[in-house]
Design a binder for this molecule. Structure first.
Ligand SMILES: CC(C)(COP(=O)(O)OP(=O)(O)OC[C@H]1O[C@@H](n2cnc3c(N)ncnc32)[C@H](O)[C@@H]1OP(=O)(O)O)[C@@H](O)C(=O)NCCC(=O)NCCS
Length: 196
């Protein structure tokens, strides 16, 4: 007789430092169509799956880079800029749920003009509307507060109401509506600031 595995039990949401033990769940989400990048939505999963296949340990290590060891970044317009220190965390409730990332410029809360915000996040479509993005941002902010920064900035598209709710639920205030630089599409965006 076929034995059915017991249904997976959801656990409270955690933010995990990416590691090899959880990489299969992450890669499965990429294959299922989830993208960790809200701008390069289609390219990012393809590129990451190729990097995972080539060198899983190096891929996992690259997601946690508080010393910006990975070297400069090429922008869409061909210019090269220094990488900011940063790290990603995986939202996990017993399964992969999404990713949240933070990067900063050492010694200041200001960001270079080509960087849209300190924090970005994306929840897998099948894990949305459970409060996970709101909770993940709250947990990350608690961690960031220890760095002594005065505030963090985040941007959203004007029609991304779910993301705006995630930010305002965490104390975010609308600063301005602005036009993104050409390298980020030149479209309108909203800038929010969360005092820490
Ligand atoms: C934006 C995003 C991260 C929200 O993730 P989530 O885990 O579903 O968010 P939460 O469950 O914490 O919900 C936050 C709020 O938005 C609301 N919301 C979430 N999805 C919604 C939807 N599709 N339609 C309407 N409201 C929605 C929730 O009800 C909640 O509102 P409440 O506080 O009034 O109850 C997720 O939709 C996503 O990954 N989108 C694609 C990537 C993206 O846009 N990232 C942010 C770029 S700035």
């Amino acid at each position: 007789m076929l034995q059915h595995p017991p249904p997976k039990k959801e656990r409270p949401l955690q933010l995990l430092v990416p590691d090899l033990a959880h990489l299969d769940g992450y890669a499965a989400a990429l294959r299922r169509g989830w993208s960790p990048d809200n701008v390069r939505v289609e390219e990012a999963p393809r590129e990451e799956l190729a990097r995972i296949e080539a060198n899983p340990a190096a891929f996992v290590a690259s997601l946690d880079d508080p010393d910006a060891k990975a070297g400069p970044i090429s922008l869409a317009d061909g210019t090269t800029v220094p990488r900011l220190p940063g790290y990603r965390r995986w939202m996990w409730d017993g399964e992969f749920c999404g990713s949240i990332g933070f990067h900063w410029q050492p010694g200041t809360a200001a960001l270079p003009t080509h960087v849209l915000g300190h924090i970005g996040y994306a929840v897998a479509p099948w894990k949305r509307r459970r409060g996970y993005a709101t909770l993940a941002l709250a947990m990350l902010l608690r961690e960031i507060a220890r760095h002594g920064m005065s505030h963090v900035d985040l941007t959203t598209d004007p029609d991304n109401l779910p993301s705006q709710k995630v930010i305002t639920a965490n104390g975010g205030l609308l600063v301005e509506r602005f036009t993104k630089v050409a390298g980020h599409g030149g479209t309108e965006a909203l800038l929010f600031r969360i005092p820490l």
